[in-house]
Write a protein that binds this ligand. Structure first.
Ligand code: FA5
Length: 355
């Protein structure tokens, strides 16, 4: 009788457990059910404690019944575990295959603002008839200085704070050595090139960077004169900025041009009046901050090619040419109203993504 009662108790406990296991919703819940059922203090184990009341003949019977019950509960636990795993996988697949989900959006890169402005300047020069040319950034003294009429130990070399690689090799300080290489390579006039690229100087503040970009125009032909220089540069600046841009030429000095000029354009902030429309763009004296109230800003260097330069590349004595050089960062700062050149090279995504 006692065996019968214990076996019934075992059966009731087993079906109870299996029902709860089948309804379980998480693997944590399953684990706690496993401990509750077949752990040391589990409900099935507890029934076995009634063993003492049984005759020696009946004991193995209860033992066998308990083992079978435990196996069935274990099976139910295994089953439930698989059921939960499959449900989780299915839920995951459902999310992955939902093609109607809006995408997070791809963030595409863009060309650097300096490259954009460089391209803008070069395309204006393309239309004026210049052909693009490049050259090495590590340059021999001959191309960077000597052939450009900077004699050895001449103080004019101090104008360009040079990074020396060794006594005769420098990081080019300007794009003018491209002129020399192109004239030597072609061997004879005419020559209409726009040399461009990175240049280097030992120089660093809000408007000067140790690495920056220049573009150089060189126009060499018979009968070229100062009027061509003025007309080309005026057309160039009016196209690059606005047709209303004012242009003026001031005498200056470069070893490779004679005469030489510093070219100013009317201030982009105040339109040349010296007082900006936007009061925030004026200083405490009510004058335009960008041009300090003068109405003019320096934009490029230019001049008629010095005969000594033509001599260095064996061009005919009666040949004439003009040249000019412009800083790309300077143009970009004026176009976009940027006051610190270092912003171009800090790689700040918030700044760069605005262009
Ligand atoms: C020259 O480099 C001459 N080779 C230009 C030239 C070519 C004159 C042909 C005549 C004929 P300059 O040193 O002034 O000139 O530099 C030209 C421009 O480069 C400057 O107007 C300025 O905009 C820019 N620049 C010079 N140094 C820096 C610097 N450290 N950082 C950024 N821009 C600079």
């Amino acid at each position: 009788m006692v065996l019968q009662a214990l076996i019934e108790e075992l059966g009731a406990e087993e079906s109870n457990l299996i029902k709860t296991i089948e309804a379980a919703l998480s693997s944590e819940e399953l684990e706690s059910l496993r401990v509750k059922a077949i752990g040391k203090k589990g409900s099935l184990t507890k029934v076995l404690r009634g063993m003492g009341k049984l005759s020696p003949d009946d004991r193995p019977k209860l033992g066998a019944a308990a083992n079978q019950a435990r196996d069935r509960v274990n099976n139910a636990l295994e089953h439930a575990k698989k059921r939960l795993e499959n449900a989780a996988l299915e839920a995951e697949l459902k999310i992955q295959l939902d093609l109607s989900e809006p995408s997070a959006g791809l963030s595409l890169g863009s060309s650097h603002p300096i490259m954009q402005v460089q391209e803008e300047i070069l395309s204006v020069m393309d239309r004026l008839g210049f052909q693009r040319a490049e050259g090495p950034e590590i340059e021999h003294d001959f191309y960077n200085f000597e052939a450009l009429n900077f004699p050895h130990n001449h103080p004019a070399r101090d104008m360009q704070d040079t990074f020396f690689v060794d006594e005769n090799v420098v990081l080019r300080t300007h794009t003018s050595p491209i002129q020399i290489r192109q004239m030597l390579a072609q061997g004879e006039p005419p020559m209409h090139i726009s040399g461009y690229g990175r240049v280097y100087r030992h120089d660093q503040d809000a408007t000067h960077s140790p690495m920056f970009h220049q573009i150089e125009g060189l126009w060499v032909d018979h009968g070229v004169h100062l009027g061509h220089l003025k007309g080309t540069i005026t057309a160039f600046l009016e196209t690059l900025f606005t047709p209303e841009t004012g242009v003026r030429f001031r005498p200056s000095y470069f070893p490779f041009t004679e005469p030489s000029a510093e070219v100013d354009m009317s201030c982009v902030m105040c339109g040349g009046s010296g007082v900006a429309h936007d009061p925030a763009a004026n200083n405490e004296h009510g004058k335009c901050k960008m041009c300090k109230g003068t109405g003019w800003i320096e934009i490029l260097g230019a001049g008629m090619v010095d005969p000594n330069v033509f001599g260095a590349v064996n061009f005919p004595k009666d040949i004439r040419g003009f040249a000019f050089g412009i800083g790309v960062e300077r143009v970009a700062m004026l176009k976009y109203g940027i006051s610190d050149i270092r912003m171009f090279y800090e790689n700040d995504h918030r700044f760069l993504s605005q262009f």
